[in-house]
Design a protein around this ligand. Structure first.
Ligand code: NAD
Length: 467
């Protein structure tokens, strides 16, 4: 298929890049060139922020029910447009059908959830101070919010931040990853067609240094939400600190999956295989550090390896999304010793890495400590609950953890002790409703759930003397 050119989406219409430059994209399943996107620069960002600044007040003045109705229509539009959104997302990520269904379904769900939630929880409360006064609080939007997203779950992560931000009456400028911008551009068009006023959602594409930095630094951007790497998060925290504006940081992880001997080993091993295969391990919350009780360690590794060897490229797992990530993952594998399975690239032009498991890895090694962000699991054996907890927390990150045990009391004990933003015991689900975010260097602030609605609002107190 011929490649297409995509412009920015600003003030309800396409907007060619002011500098005239374009950036290429790549189909990671073949390494063939894909569509071109606009290489945004500071003047494009200024146009988008200006459009958002003009638009937010009228949007915020609408009732939560009116804003919710628009968000409902966006949810419906995303579902109806799933074939085209999938096509765009697949072209630059190579994601599998099942993964795309999941991500696009959840993208629509974010809008549906916040459409309802803002009507019930978007308002403040009355504070009783006795006769003679009437005091109440209001949640008010920031105005213009900047959202910067990564390449691993492009549409999904954009919607995760956009839905609560828009529900609360903000206008947003999104800067998606330069590798995976087209689904976010499409979303903005769908939102406009669904009745979102012009300027309330704008998308400026381009690189981090050219477009992202200009967005973070723009004086009219009053709040930032960033999902991506620790290095960029640290830089943006400095910018936000200097400007004294709030910032949500959803960063990386090296999350543990604990399997005790009394667990349902079949389901626990299947959970480990899901962490390996889902989006080829390019998931910030992937539980890629598998800690297994010594007495069942080898049996569980056998189960994982047997299942991993049945995974089919293109059906059960996709390619690495970027060339740089492919090189990075292969760099981890080179010189890492002999894996229990996998351990290198798949032959062919695509950026596929074989699902790889390293067993009995030294917890001090690079493989066990650094985020690989590819289809690679490492296992370590433990003896007893105290050692399991020590190993689980032996990381600078703290995004998620999973515990599998037949002893629910132990599961809950560990869930309360592990230093991570979310812990799933025996496969407990983490969904649109459940707050999501990191401890330690996995970031701060929360997305999803009721909490995120209030992250995109500032609380004002109004007090009236009645005497
Ligand atoms: P990245 O930090 O390189 O890029 C993320 C976004 O930031 C992109 O849009 C990029 O263009 C932009 N950016 C880069 N430099 C910038 C700068 N100086 N100023 C402003 N913007 C800049 O991250 P990535 O490689 O795209 O994504 C992978 C990382 O994201 C992994 O570490 C992963 O763990 C993390 N991640 C976290 C979550 C989460 O919710 N916690 C979800 C997905 C990915």
């Amino acid at each position: 298929m011929a490649t297409a050119r995509h412009d920015h989406w600003i003030d309800g219409r396409t907007h060619p890049p002011r500098g005239g430059a374009r950036l290429p994209t790549l189909d990671p399943t073949t390494r063939a060139p894909g569509d071109e996107i606009a290489a945004g620069t500071a003047p494009d960002v200024a146009d988008a922020v200006e459009a958002a600044r003009r638009a937010w007040r009228d949007w915020a003045d609408r009732s939560p029910a009116e804003r919710g109705a628009v968000l409902h229509r966006i949810a419906e539009a995303v579902e109806a447009d799933a074939p085209e959104l999938s096509r765009l997302e697949r072209a630059c990520t190579g994601k599998t059908e099942a993964q795309l269904r999941l991500e696009i379904g959840m993208s629509a769900e974010y809008f549906r959830y916040y459409a309802g939630v803002v009507r019930a929880a978007g308002q403040g409360r009355v504070i009783e101070q006795g006769a003679g006064s009437h005091t109440y609080t209001r949640y008010e939007p920031y105005g213009v919010v900047g959202v910067i997203t990564p390449w691993n779950l492009p549409l999904n992560q954009a919607c995760r931040a956009l839905a609560p931000a828009l529900a609360m009456g903000n206008a947003v400028v999104v800067k998606p990853s330069e590798f995976t911008s087209t689904s976010t551009l499409r979303l903005a068009r769908l939102a406009t067609e669904a009745g979102l006023p012009d300027g309330v959602l704008n998308v400026v594409t381009g690189t981090g240094p050219q477009a992202g930095e200009a967005l973070a630094a723009h004086p009219h951007v009053r709040r930032l939400a960033f999902t991506g790497s620790v290095a960029t998060g640290r830089y943006l925290a400095g910018v936000a600190g200097g400007r004294l504006i709030p910032l949500t940081l959803e960063l990386g992880g090296k999350s543990p999956l604990l399997i005790f001997a009394d667990a349902d080993l079949e389901r626990a091993s299947a959970a480990a295989v899901t962490a390996l295969a889902a989006n080829s391990g390019q998931v910030c919350s992937a539980t890629a550090r598998v800690l297994i009780e010594e007495s069942v360690h080898d049996e569980v590794v056998d189960r994982i390896v047997t299942a991993a060897e049945k995974l089919r490229p293109g059906v059960d797992y996709g390619p690495l999304i970027t060339e740089a990530q492919y090189d990075k993952v292969l760099g981890f594998l080179a010189g890492a010793g002999t894996p229990a399975t996998g351990g290198g690239p798949l032959p062919g032009p695509g950026l596929y890495v074989r699902p790889t498991v390293y067993a009995r890895v030294d917890p001090a090694s690079r493989l066990a400590r650094e985020e690989i962000f590819g289809p690679v699991l490492v296992t370590t054996a433990f003896t007893g609950e105290a050692q399991a907890l020590r190993l689980a927390d032996d990381t600078e990150y703290g995004l998620t953890a999973a515990v599998w045990t037949g002893d629910l009391t132990r599961g809950l004990r560990l869930a309360e002790r592990i230093e991570a933003g979310q812990v799933s015991v025996n496969g407990g689900p983490l969904t649109v409703e459940t707050p999501f975010g990191g401890y330690r260097r996995s970031g701060h602030g929360r997305e999803k759930g009721l909490t995120a609605l209030h992250e995109y609002a500032q609380l004002k107190t109004v007090s009236v003397g009645l005497r």
